[in-house]
Design a protein around this ligand. Structure first.
Ligand code: NAD
Ligand code: UDP
Ligand code: UDP
Length: 337
């Protein structure tokens, strides 16, 4: 794919090897939705010590409550736009709000998080010889002119739009990753994540799956943004975490698409949610937001070949698992109404 071969690492100071200790892993954004599920999975391995650095902008301590006080776990309130000094073997760099409502709320902060935050984590990786994985996004493809999107596609992104703080921010973050890799020999991994859903998503974060589920559970109409024919592909969070760990442990720098290739229009998604939760709730077409991509579906051939990975959980299995969590948090048990 035209990318250079990975140069050798500059004599990595592997803390786990040097001190014969556990593998020490930093997860930035570990109090968020995907991050907290990743932490759960990493903590299952008794050889892992996990440090979470999070400023709790969109994440919450509740997502990590079962690990607080655990001897192999540490939680630091930290903003990644500030330098961080810790000694670790691996860095999963997730810190960044993912929902448009939150990333557009303070766009300058979003771009600082993507650019300065990633620079700091790369500086840290360089100092301690750690391998670093960035969670990039399908948004780097913008409103794609190629469908489905392969990793070779360069994207169709508006540099001055309201989403640019996020998508251009992630594009710069990817550039920084490759520049540190080429210039300093840092071991990098880049995942391009497509829409992911599951328990612990913020109930009111405005993303479509969480909106539809909360609306159906509350007995409100489902807000399909016009035209409703735009498509997305939804990956269940346990599949995503499995893909991220395989990518980190494997030999390929990426970028690698991680997502579920099952493609749905928003109208179809609304129908599945009604069918599973409450066929009585109506669908209402509402106004859309600017720059909304019309089609999005990952080509995951590379992930299959390189990581031996593909999603296992289909939408009709994943949604009920998320419904249980949402009902619990909303205090609305099944058959309540
Ligand atoms: P999330 O908002 O639930 O989690 C992000 C976490 O980062 C939160 O805990 C938040 O408090 C923390 N954070 C934000 N800014 C920070 C800062 N400056 N310093 C320290 N912590 C900070 O989002 P998520 O869905 O778990 O997404 C995690 C990662 O995956 C993000 O990098 C996101 O861009 C990427 N991603 C997610 C999706 C998706 O569908 N969920 C899709 C594509 C990419
Ligand atoms: N950095 C950090 N933790 C470290 C090492 C570096 O947060 O353990 C930050 C550092 O503050 C700097 C950034 O990472 O802003 C990039 O570091 P690098 O050493 O690559 O560049 P330089 O410090 O020379 O600008
Ligand atoms: N969407 C919708 N109703 C909602 C929220 C979102 O129809 O209540 C649509 C939105 O127009 C977009 C799709 O769902 O086409 C996915 O939006 P989301 O914000 O979840 O994710 P992203 O745009 O980042 O893929």
């Amino acid at each position: 794919n035209g990318l250079p071969k990975q140069p050798p690492s500059p004599s990595p100071l592997r803390f786990s090897k040097f001190f014969q200790t556990n593998m020490r892993i930093l997860v930035t954004g570990g109090a968020g939705f995907i991050g907290s599920h990743l932490v759960d999975k990493l903590m299952e391995n008794e050889k892992n010590e996990v440090i979470v650095a999070d400023n709790f902008y969109t994440g919450s301590k509740d997502n990590l409550s079962k690990w607080i006080g655990h001897p192999r776990f540490e939680l630091i309130r930290h903003d990644v736009t500030e330098p961080l000094m810790v000694e670790v073997d691996q860095i999963y760099h997730l810190a960044c709000p993912a929902s448009p409502i939150f990333y557009k709320y303070n766009p300058v902060k979003t771009i600082k998080t993507n650019v300065i935050g990633t620079l700091n984590m790369l500086g840290l990786a360089k100092r301690v010889g750690a391998r670093i994985l960035l969670t990039s996004t399908s948004e780097v493809y913008g409103d794609p002119l190629e469908h489905p999107q392969t990793e070779e596609y360069w994207g169709n992104v508006n540099p001055i739009g309201v989403r640019s703080c996020y998508d251009e921010g992630k594009r710069v973050a990817e550039t920084l990753m490759f520049d540190y890799h080429r210039q300093h020999g840092i071991e990098i991994r880049i995942a391009r994540i497509f829409n992911t859903y599951g328990p612990r998503m913020n109930i009111d974060d405005g993303r479509v799956v969480s909106n539809f589920l909360a609306q159906a559970i509350r007995g409100e109409h489902l807000t399909v943004q016009s035209p409703g024919t735009q498509t997305r592909s939804f990956c269940y969070v346990s599949d995503m975490v499995d893909g991220l760990i395989r990518l980190m442990e494997g030999d390929n720098t990426g970028p690698i698409n991680l997502g579920n290739p099952g493609e749905f229009t928003m109208m179809e998604l609304a129908e599945v949610v009604r069918e599973l939760i409450d066929p009585a709730v109506p669908v209402k077409i509402v106004e859309n937001t600017p720059d909304d991509p019309r089609q999005r579906k990952p080509n995951i051939t590379k992930a299959k070949e390189v990581l031996g990975w593909e999603p296992q959980v289909v939408l009709r299995e994943g949604l009920p698992l998320m419904e249980a969590d949402f009902r619990h948090r909303l205090g609305i048990p099944k058959n309540y109404r």
